[in-house]
Design a protein around this ligand. Structure first.
Ligand code: SF4
Length: 355
């Protein structure tokens, strides 16, 4: 078996022709062999002890017209989420400054919209320019984008645009009916052709079958270019949503998804995203071993819980992980983060930032 694994690893190239059978075969591998293969691919392209850190701020919360069955922000789901209008640019910039002090290299701004309206564009463009001027990479997730809007955001300096495929095309209609899978692919096309980097992944634990998880990964890896960032989210069950009682996904299945995403998209940052607050340190460590090399800091991921930033730092210290901006100066980072966490506790700007 080891020889078979090594052979397939050394043949690891950037591919866009993955078949469902191949990916299902990866899911069926013995766990240790899969982890070895993922870690070997990971080390060919990345420093295995570095993790990229982003902060996510919700710039407009709730009242979304879409019907995503997992989402606390859908107006159709009866959750107790407090809605908020589009934040003022100044507040967004204050939050971005804090994120930078905490060691984040990328600041992601999310709005619960079907798509940005023309009247919204000047505001979000100002936010991009302001955050960029602070020396941070910028990322936004605003729903569907036309080609023209993608070009406007690119011109403003937006580095990344997040738009997830969510699940497999086969399971998709069970999760959302107000936009099509093709709508999502079209938005990704518009983002890619504007020159911005694509952040796109999905959510597992939505009640999908094992074949759907393989099919989602085939969709992502067979895009014309692999997404630069691939968030793999574990469903965070929110009371009041149709998926609040769905069966838990087995932890090892989630880790396998991370490992297989790493193998299929060797040069992408694979982000351990929503659902981290339900994972203990050991599970998160296995995800890093499987090739996850990006996380969100911040105590709320849009509207669901995320581990406290200082817990992340403690875990990084135990594992000898550095963030991508910091070389050997872990002490300085630790000090900055502790200071920023105290500041954050006295601020109403941060959402406890995973959706
Ligand atoms: S996932 Fe996004 S598009 Fe879907 S309901 Fe939530 S905020 Fe709206």
């Amino acid at each position: 078996m080891s020889n078979t694994v090594l052979t397939s690893v050394s043949a690891s190239t950037i591919r866009h022709d993955w078949t469902l059978d191949e990916v299902q075969a990866l899911f069926s591998m013995p766990f240790n062999d899969l982890m070895f293969q993922a870690q070997t691919v990971h080390r060919q392209h990345f420093n295995a002890n570095q993790v990229q850190v982003s902060t996510l701020l919700s710039i407009k919360t709730g009242a979304c017209p879409e019907d995503c069955k997992y989402c606390s922000q859908s107006a159709r789901n009866k959750t107790d989420l407090e809605k908020e209008r589009l934040l003022e640019t100044e507040k967004v910039l204050q939050a971005a400054k804090r994120a930078k002090d905490m060691g984040s290299t990328r600041f992601c701004m999310g709005a619960a919209w079907r798509n940005p309206k023309e009247r919204d564009m000047p505001y979000v463009i100002d936010m991009v320019k302001g955050v960029k001027a602070l020396g941070l990479e910028t990322c936004m997730t605003l729903g569907m984008l036309s080609k023209e809007q993608a070009d406007q955001l690119q011109d403003a300096g937006l580095d990344y645009y997040n738009h997830n495929l969510d699940t497999s095309p086969e399971h998709y209609n069970q999760i959302i009916t107000t936009r099509t899978y093709q709508d999502r692919l079209d938005t990704l096309d518009n983002v890619r052709s504007s020159g911005m980097k694509v952040c796109s992944g999905g959510i597992v634990g939505l009640g999908e079958k094992a074949v759907d998880r393989a099919s989602l990964l085939v969709q992502l890896a067979n895009l014309p270019k692999h997404p630069d960032s691939v968030p793999i989210n574990m469903l965070v069950k929110v009371e009041g949503t149709p998926l609040s009682d769905v069966e838990d996904l087995e932890s090892f299945e989630f880790i396998r998804c991370i490992a297989i995403a790493r193998i299929m998209m060797p040069k992408s940052h694979v982000r351990l995203s929503a659902g981290r607050s339900t994972m203990n340190e050991q599970m998160q460590s296995l995800c890093f071993l499987a090739g996850a090399n990006s996380i969100f800091y911040g105590c709320k991921l849009l509207t669901t819980e995320n581990p406290e930033t200082n817990q992340d730092i403690e875990l990084f210290k135990k594992l000898g992980i550095n963030t991508e901006t910091v070389d050997d100066d872990g002490h300085e980072l630790e000090h900055k983060i502790k200071t920023a966490v105290v500041d954050q506790q006295h601020s109403d700007l941060f959402y406890n930032a995973a959706n």
